[in-house]
Every structure is written in structure tokens, then in C-alpha cells.
Design a protein around this ligand. Structure first.
Ligand code: PLP
Length: 356
């Protein structure tokens, strides 16, 4: 089967095989990683290797901390305003359904001086909105680098002289080229490009969190920094699998090699959509995502028929999000080129049968 799920998403087969081979006894310890104390030296090696590998892969400079947290990207919607909001202005870019959730969480916290600086909501989030330049001071400006549901992505990261960028990178961390120096904070749920659900990665510039805010310990970045992500029991098994995924990515040649592969995969699918008279992309050409690719026939019944036939042939989870309709192929790092090729062949066969 070919699994196009938007998340949790497929993991590299070699990683799953490695997990299987170590499932009952990790390095002859007689224990599964699931059964191991998070204070043991074996686990401490796993978490510090995971951090080191991620630092290498993303070229994370000194001065940035890497945190392994829980609560999903969704908890970061709250932790970010709590920790980085210092009473000044905060800005949000409303580029998709997840950005909107981040905005609504900041509203619940009654963050003062919140501004939505740009939005494409009125056009169903089919493009990345133009962001006005500003040299005014903001505690932070929040963007969503890749909008998972709508299939759009920032092609360049905006720069502001007086505002650090906070980025939700849940659906394209490690699949696009980014310079960590362009960001004050990056966060991502693990379950698309990194590993099993339950782990959330936060990469934060340390000098941003010198805050006076009094926060519950678990919601305070300083707690997790001080304790190297071991304040309480971390999602240890997910961290272990993430470490294996980082090793896999490094062996493949790192992010640069991965971006090339992702461009080939996405390029093939976008070309097929463009050359088709049946399928079209609902997304503006200059805003296209490399990892989530929606397409529609313009006819709901035909969309449903496509998804049904695709499913019966083993192309799974192609149904588009209910807010967009049609189809969506999520093709994160672990998704192989051959799977995209097979999908495009099926699309052509379906068009020959059903097309105008
Ligand atoms: N942000 C983006 C861009 C996402 O794609 C998702 C999940 O799909 C989330 C946030 C929510 O993540 P989580 O389920 O880890 O809370």
C-alpha cells in the first residue's frame, strides 16, 4: 500500500525494521527502550544523540536550545504567547487553518496588542498572503511555514529588524531548506517528518526567553531548558525513533539531499496535475507546498469515486481535508518517489476512463 496520510505519516521502512530488531532488547540490555528509565545512561545517550543529530541536520547555531516536549504543536500555540509575550505587540500571519488555531489560542490568553498582519482567509487560504514590511517592535511574529491542510508554503521567510519570527514547521521541518538564524523559535509535532506522535520539537533562541512571566513549571521553557528536557518523563520511545530517523536522514545526505528528492516527487505530481484536463490544483502556483499537495476534479462525486478506486488499489488516505475537499497527497520525507509515480499513473488511467 501507499500511505498518503497527512499525519501521523509513514516512517522509513529501514527505521521500522531497526525498531523491530531492537524492540525486545535494546543493545543487549534485556529491555525495550519503552521499559527503560529515562534517567539511565542508555537513554541519556539516546536523547543527547538525537539532539546532536538534529543540530547537525539543521545546522542549529549555539545560542539555540533544542527541547523534546509533549502536548503536540497545539500546546505550543499557548506556550509561545505565555513565554515570549512580554507585553509588547505580537503579530500573526493568518495563512491557514492551523495558523488560525494559533491565533485563537493567543486570543484565549488575552495577549495584549495582538495584530493579524496578513491573511488569505477570504480566499480559502489558497495562497500565502503578502506580508507588510515593518520596523516596529514586536515580541514575535508567528508564521506557519507549511499549511498542511491547504497545501501552501512560504517560499521565503520574512525578515523584520525588530521582530523575531516564530514558526510552526510541523509539516515541513527537515523537508525544506531553512536557516535557523532567520527564526527566534521553531516548533513541530513529530508525527510527519520526525517520528511517532507524542513528541514535539522546540528550537528556541535562548535570549528570547528571559521573561518575567510567572508560569506553571511544565508550561515554562526555562524548566525544560534547565533540565535538558528531562524535568519529567519525556516521550522516550518517540525520541528513540526520532533519533533513528535523524540517522536515516543523515545517511541519505541530510536536508539538502532530501530537498532535492522532495522537489522531484512534488514536481512529478504538480506536472501531472498541470498536464491533466481533469485534475487541477486549488493553490496559487507561487505558494505551493512540497509536502502536501491538494488536487480536485471540480466534481464532488468524481472526487469521491477517485478516492474510492484509489483506496481499493492501495493508495490510502488521499481524501482531502473536509475544509478543502477533493484529494490531498501528503508526501513527506519518508514517502518514496515510486509511490508518487504510481499515483500519477493511476491518475492518468482514471482520467482516460472518466475524463471529458
Ligand atoms: N500545525 C500544523 C501546521 C499541523 O499540520 C498540525 C497537525 O497536523 C498541527 C499544528 C497540530 O499538531 P499536533 O496534532 O501535534 O498538536
Amino acid at each position: 500500500a501507499r500511505n498518503f496520510s497527512a499525519g501521523p505519516a509513514i516512517l522509513p521502512e529501514s527505521v521500522l525494521e531497526k525498531v523491530q530488531s531492537e524492540m525486545l532488547s535494546y543493545r543487549d540490555s534485556g529491555m525495550s527502550v519503552m521499559e527503560m528509565s529515562h534517567r539511565s545512561s542508555l537513554f541519556e545517550e539516546i536523547i543527547s544523540d538525537a539532539e546532536q543529530l538534529l543540530r547537525e541536520l539543521m545546522n542549529i547555531p549555539e545560542g539555540y536550545k533544542v527541547l523534546f516536549l509533549q502536548g503536540g504543536a497545539s500546546l505550543q500555540f499557548s506556550m509561545i504567547p505565555m513565554n515570549l509575550g512580554k507585553g509588547g505587540k505580537v503579530g500573526y500571519i493568518n495563512s491557514g487553518s492551523w495558523a488560525k488555531k494559533a491565533i485563537s489560542e493567543a486570543k484565549i490568553l488575552k495577549v495584549p496588542n495582538m495584530e493579524v498582519l496578513a491573511s488569505s482567509e477570504e480566499d480559502n487560504f489558497t495562497y500565502i498572503p503578502e506580508i507588510p514590511e515593518t520596523d516596529e517592535a514586536y515580541d514575535y511574529i508567528h508564521i506557519t511555514t507549511n499549511n498542511t491542510i491547504e497545501g501552501t508554503a512560504f517560499q521565503t521567510i520574512p525578515r523584520f529588524v525588530n521582530a523575531p519570527i516564530v514558526a510552526d514547521m510541523s509539516s515541513n521541518i527537515l523537508s525544506n531548506r531553512y536557516d535557523v538564524n532567520d527564526f527566534g523559535l521553531i516548533y513541530a509535532g513529530a508525527q510527519k517528518n520526525i517520528g511517532p506522535a507524542g513528541l514535539t520539537i522546540v528550537i528556541v533562541k535562548e535570549d528570547l526567553i528571559q521573561t518575567e512571566n510567572k508560569l506553571p513549571s511544565m508550561l515554562d521553557y526555562r524548566t525544560h531548558i534547565k533540565n535538558d528536557s528531562l524535568y519529567n518523563t519525556p516521550p522516550s520511545f518517540s525520541i528513540y525513533v526520532a533519533k533513528l530517523v535523524f540517522e536515516w536522514l543523515k545517511d541519505l545526505g541530510g536536508v539538502e539531499a532530501m530537498v532535492k528528492m522532495n522537489e522531484e516527487k512534488a514536481g512529478l505530481l504538480y506536472r501531472t496535475i498541470e498536464e491533466s484536463d481533469l485534475f487541477s490544483s486549488p493553490v496559487a502556483v507561487n505558494s505551493r507546498s512540497l509536502t502536501n499537495i491538494p488536487f480536485v476534479t471540480g466534481n464532488k462525486d468524481l472526487d469521491a469515486k477517485f478516492v474510492k478506486e484509489a483506496t481499493s488499489l492501495g493508495f490510502l488516505n488521499l481524501k482531502g481535508h473536509r475544509s478543502v475537499g477533493g484529494m490531498r497527497a501528503s508526501i513527506y520525507n519518508a514517502f518514496p518517489y515510486e509511490g508518487v509515480k504510481e499515483l500519477t499513473e493511476f491518475m492518468k488511467a482514471f482520467e482516460a476512463k472518466e475524463g471529458k
